[in-house]
Write a protein that binds this ligand. Structure first.
Ligand code: ADP
Ligand code: MG
Length: 691
């Protein structure tokens, strides 16, 4: 029987990549539903694990949610939010006596949602808790049931999170057939590794997980084996990508820093040793005949811009054009103004191109670019959206690249053409353990030294009932010619979770400072936002009440105090980024974290870390430990996970191991892992379309 089934399901291992409709019992209708669960190929079924029934029978109240954890909650459905706009997820707001949570559905229809989450009914929901835009949420919950079925979750049968239109029994039949008849794969690990970690074969590991034999399904060796598989396949793809880059030859760029020296004279400060070292590294890359694909990582305010300008100068000296791209128009403009100043009294021709550039001017710029009359083009990603022809583009710098995502960075890297070097700059500190996993295809320079004149930002915490004290403090700051940010988590007032709303806070502050206060939030249109920021930059306003939309990277030299309300609703890394908005000039930057009275242990620990450290990398590491990885980089926000099995916090040792291992096998026969890489299909995330 077993033999016959094997024969009918998989003739060879590549059948795993056939469409699920290839399986008996999977018709067009079921295929369609499974597609909503991102299951299209047979292989996708394998990674859709059953979840632990024992784990999930533990109910958590909404005051005890922990981001990054899989938790089960008992809540009442109170409101639907079906935006009916493409790509916007459907949302259901639920609550218990202690708080509220958003249940977010990508790819689920209204009818289904109304059926499983009836209004005003109590339900049990299980899934991974996220903390996004200051709210707890579960995205595509793995499990929803009514209260009368509560016993069901306690049964220890493999249970799969399903979606509309999928009958549980028939699904289990299908998955069981697949799992019990997996093609036998050749082992890609040496005996040494298998023994070291106590790993079993790929087949056995999958089988055990799907049969739910080991209840401790996070720490067990079956999961750990597949986790290492996944981590490694990720690193292999990045490593191959990196090699591809290194192997593509380009023209050496030759220069002797003459232009760079000129602009150095326009600076009011001396470069730090760290800046000099990185400039040197980049120069070496520019001079070589291998294409540069480098990430410059440095905390907010560490002085990345000048590093990029110094190296741009060399490319211009050599005679190639350069492009600098920023995520927003206002940041692009700030870079443009600075570039104008720095390249003053040189022959360098600089232009600014954003979505706001008038058509007539835009046309002229495009023409001049083609003719080589513009040397340095600064702009937003309008720079790359339309077909723009450079005469001889030699260098692309992309600022604040974390806003652009993984796939995009590869496409930028290729857009420049054959002779183009690429520098990405990011202020989002990635935990050290994740560097290679995220940026393994690039060389990385880290700017860790802050400019000497920079005083570390002083961080205070204050209970909210003392909010009136802040009025005095703000007044004092105004008298010292300082500007102030006031950050609130949410736009609208919400009754149950008493977040403070920006609007409410704005009204309150406006009464105290009628002429100085302005408001900024995500509901404003981009040009409205820009206007508010321009005014603040020109010091026409002095107090900016804002959500977290205050842009990364913009220099407000006189903004020296930031007040962050409801600070425990923000992640550590985010708080660190926020406070980095102040203290960028010569004066002391200060940050006040406002808290509700009832601080959890967790919150107290977080405040301690922030007060103690101004090292973004350390903070990112701690943040990841506390909240999980997905929240830091934001992959889960798109409903897509970076890893299916591996967990950077729980499997830290495997990540470390894989990092060393990849270095070892890089130069050997990496090909024996080809099938593994195919199984995990990292290529889709990492390769560009040219591959
Ligand atoms: P970020 O790394 O966040 O992009 P910036 O490049 O905007 O930081 O630099 C922040 C501020 O620090 C700017 O006002 C810049 O002029 C200043 N700065 C950069 N390098 C130095 C230095 N070596 N000494 C003093 N100030 C510096
Ligand atoms: Mg910057």
């Amino acid at each position: 029987m077993y033999y016959i089934l094997t024969m009918t399901i998989f003739k060879n291992k590549d059948d795993l990549f056939k469409n699920i409709s290839f399986l008996k019992g999977v018709g067009p209708k079921l295929s369609k539903y499974l597609k909503n669960k991102r299951i299209e190929k047979i292989n996708d079924l394998l990674w859709h694990f059953p979840y632990s029934s024992t784990d999930r029978s533990n109910m958590t109240t909404l005051d005890k949610l922990e981001a990054g954890k899989i938790q089960t909650i008992k809540v009442k459905v109170i409101k639907y939010n079906f935006p009916r706009v493409r790509n916007l997820p459907n949302k259901v707001i639920c609550q218990d006596e202690f708080g509220k949570i958003d249940i977010v559905f990508f790819n689920s229809r209204e009818g289904y949602i109304r059926a499983v989450l009836p209004l005003n009914k109590w339900v049990i929901i299980s899934g991974k808790i996220n903390f996004y835009k200051s709210k707890y949420q579960i995205t595509n919950p793995s499990y929803i049931t009514s209260l009368d079925k509560i016993d069901y979750i306690k049964k220890n049968i493999p249970k799969y999170s399903l979606t509309e239109g999928i009958n549980e029994k028939s699904y289990r039949k299908i998955i069981e057939k697949v799992i019990n008849n997996l093609p036998k794969l050749d082992e890609w690990y040496d005996k040494e590794i298998l023994e070291k970690f106590g790993f079993k074969s790929w087949n056995e590991s999958l089988l055990k997980i799907h049969n739910f034999e080991n209840k401790d399904n996070v720490g067990n060796k079956y999961v750990r084996r597949l986790a290492l598989d996944e981590i490694l396949s990720n690193l292999i793809v990045l490593s191959k990508n990196r090699r591809k880059f290194k192997d593509s030859k380009k023209e050496n760029k030759l220069f002797n820093n003459s232009l760079g020296k000129k602009i150095l004279n326009n600076l009011e400060f001396k470069l730090t040793k760290n800046q000099e070292k990185i400039i040197y590294e980049i120069n070496e890359d520019l001079r070589s005949n291998k294409k540069m694909f480098r990430l410059l990582q440095g905390d907010v305010g560490s002085g990345k811009t000048i590093v990029s300008f110094m190296t741009v100068a060399n490319v211009l000296e050599f005679g190639c054009q350069s492009a600098l791209m920023a995520p927003t128009a206002i940041l692009a403009k700030q870079h443009y103004n600075l570039a104008k100043k720095m390249f003053d009294r040189t022959k360098i021709k600089i232009e600014l191109l954003t979505g706001k550039t008038e058509t007539k001017i835009r046309k002229k710029i495009l023409e001049d670019l083609k003719n080589g009359k513009i040397d340095l083009l600064i702009g937003t990603h309008a720079l790359f959206q339309k077909k723009i022809d450079f005469k001889n583009l030699g260098y692309i710098v992309i600022d604040e690249q974390h806003k652009f995502g993984v796939k995009q960075r590869m496409s930028f890297a290729e857009k420049g053409g054959k002779n183009c070097d690429v520098l990405l700059m990011s202020a989002t500190p990635i935990p050290r353990t994740m560097m290679l996993t995220i940026y393994g295809d690039m060389d990385v320079s880290r700017l860790t030294e802050k400019p000497k004149n920079r005083l570390p930002i002083l961080t205070y915490s204050k209970p909210e009932k003392k909010i009136n004290d802040l009025i005095k403090i703000i007044k004092k700051n105004f008298s010292e010619n300082n500007q102030v940010f006031w950050v609130c988590p949410l736009i609208q007032d919400s009754q149950i979770l008493d977040y403070s709303s920006v609007k409410m806070r704005f009204e309150w502050l406006k009464k105290k400072f009628p002429n100085e206060t302005s408001i900024l939030h995500g509901e404003l249109k981009q040009n409205e936002k820009d206007l508010v920021l321009e005014k603040f930059l020109q010091k026409k306003t002095k107090l900016l009440v804002s959500t977290t939309v205050i842009e990364v990277g913009i220099d407000f030299p006189d903004a020296n105090l930031i007040i962050i309300e409801n600070a425990n609703k923000f992640g550590l890394a985010q708080l660190h980024q926020l406070r980095g908005r102040v203290g960028r000039g010569h004066k002391q930057g200060k940050c006040v974290l406002l808290f509700k009275d009832n601080l959890s242990k967790n919150s107290i620990q977080r405040i301690k870390i922030l007060k103690k450290s101004s090292d973004g990398f350390f903070i990112a590491e701690e943040d990841m430990k506390m909240r999980g990885f997905g929240d830091i980089i934001g992959y889960q926000q798109s409903g897509e996970k970076f890893f299916k099995i591996a967990d950077p916090v729980k499997h830290g040792d495997l990540f470390d191991y894989a990092e060393n291992y990849i270095k070892k096998i890089e130069n050997e026969n990496i090909d024996k892992f080809d099938f593994l890489v195919k199984l995990h299909d990292r290529a889709e995330i990492i390769y560009t379309k040219n591959d």
